[in-house]
Ligand binder design. Sequence first.
Ligand code: SAM
Length: 225
Amino acid sequence: MAQREAGLFRLLGTSAVYQAFQDALGAEAFRRRLAAWIDAAPGQRVLDIGCGPAAILAHLPEGIEYHGFDDSADYIAAARARWGERGHFWQARVEEATLADLGAFDRVIAIGVLHHLDDGPAATLVALAARALAPGGMLLTYDPCWAADQGALARALVARDRGQNVRDAHGYAQLARHSFAEVEPALVRGHLRVPYTACVLRCRAEASSHREVSPPRVPSSTSPR
Ligand SMILES: C[S@@+](CC[C@H](N)C(=O)[O-])C[C@H]1O[C@@H](n2cnc3c(N)ncnc32)[C@H](O)[C@@H]1O
């Protein structure tokens, strides 16, 4: 995983510091919005890749079957302490073997994960997500993003992220082009207390279980909505 680990960045690996930092940025309000995009219904199965302390769970409906994976022991301990029986929390990296016996999911989410990964591992993760989805399911990712028209402060903040693989919206969409026929990137701004630019990627699995992966339909425009 390509990320900065020196000084203050190391502290962010501690669950309490990470959550306090996110709260200060106003991430909690934005998670509510993200949850609306995730659009999970009671009875559905949700896989959260790189779940961290699983803060998104506060905004997902009761009655979903939630599986959160993270290789950080501290984050998983914090998730278990906060959520107990509301989810299944696995201290593991998501890999082919990790998901083998878990069955199909209606939603796969990876919030703040892809920008920590080089292109190869990031595309592999997206491919794993595609295989884990039930027909008609959706992968949603969220990551900091470059944009041609972003302000200097937003650009400076994005540049200081722990993750070393921030992309533009097209770059994130490209990661999914071999795994999904339908890939929809959207720029997000004004969602935190500081100027920031992020990309939400929504990738849909075909409704039929016999998926033929055709060339991706990646919008050429990356303008905000
Ligand atoms: C920036 S944190 C995001 C945490 C959480 N999703 C949130 O929104 O607060 C990224 C997390 O992804 C985890 N991660 C990266 N690649 C992973 C993989 N293949 N499997 C499981 N966790 C992974 C890291 O351990 C890290 O905790």
